[in-house]
Write a new protein. Structure first.
Length: 235
């Protein structure tokens, strides 16, 4: 095995034959899908978690709670690749929707992430001292205002490391978006391998890029945690 020769073939295709443009497109799409999916997941997950923990005083709230439970069970109980395929090849034609593959991936990853983040957020909300809610209500704040301004910020702080792990999972899971025709890092490097007839170096470089992204996210999360701990001590 002549690794040097294999690397030269990869480098030639990467630089001289514009392989880098495909990789940059794949990296951009990977980050768009993962970041957008996490943002949507946080919004959806927070709403679901709030519904799950709110007192069930009337039939409407009970009905919403059942819908949220069904949503979480549905998205946690099926593989994300199945969700992508069903959305792209079944729901879109039935509903007459015209969304590009990256948009579909963003929507599905966001909804899938929302199901998992809802459970994380629910645990984070329940970990906040109940006295915080009582204190907010005692000064005249409504339940919703107390939840949004007092409880949820503390819950997010409690689950920050878990949210970091969810983001890392989204980054890695984007490798399945090729099933709906989206170009991500896997597709980009696979094209380089297919066109250069050499897969070893492209796949090794792809693995290194994923590792770099994961390490960067992990470092960023640790910095945020230290910053939050310092802010707690200064109070």
């Amino acid at each position: 095995m002549n690794f040097g020769k294999k690397f030269e073939v990869f480098l030639d295709f990467f630089i001289n034959k514009n392989g880098y443009s495909t990789v940059l497109l794949g990296l951009k799409n990977t980050l768009i899908i993962a970041v957008s999916g996490l943002i949507i997941g946080i919004i959806v997950g927070t709403i679901i978690a709030a519904v799950r923990v709110v007192p069930k005083n009337n039939p409407v709230i009970k009905a919403f709670d059942k819908v949220c439970q069904l949503y979480v069970s549905l998205f946690r109980g099926t593989p994300i690749v199945v969700q992508l395929l069903v959305f792209y090849y079944v729901l879109m034609p039935l509903l007459g929707l015209h969304i590009n593959s990256v948009g579909v991936a963003v929507a599905v990853f966001g909804m899938n992430s929302g199901a998992y983040i809802s459970e994380m957020m629910r645990a984070g909300i329940l970990s906040v001292d109940p006295g915080q809610m009582e204190g907010g209500r005692s000064v005249g704040l409504s339940f919703g205002t107390t939840m949004m301004k007092i409880i949820i910020p503390q819950a997010v702080k409690n689950i920050l490391p878990t949210l970091g792990n969810e983001f890392i999972s989204l980054i890695k899971e984007t490798s399945v978006v090729s099933f709906v025709g989206a170009t991500d890092l896997y597709v980009a490097f696979n094209r380089i391998g297919s066109n250069s007839y050499e897969f070893m170096v492209p796949y090794l470089v792809m693995a290194v890029i994923y590792i770099i992204m994961v390490v960067f996210i992990s470092i960023l999360i640790r910095i945020m945690e230290r910053s939050l701990r310092k802010s707690d001590k200064s109070l």
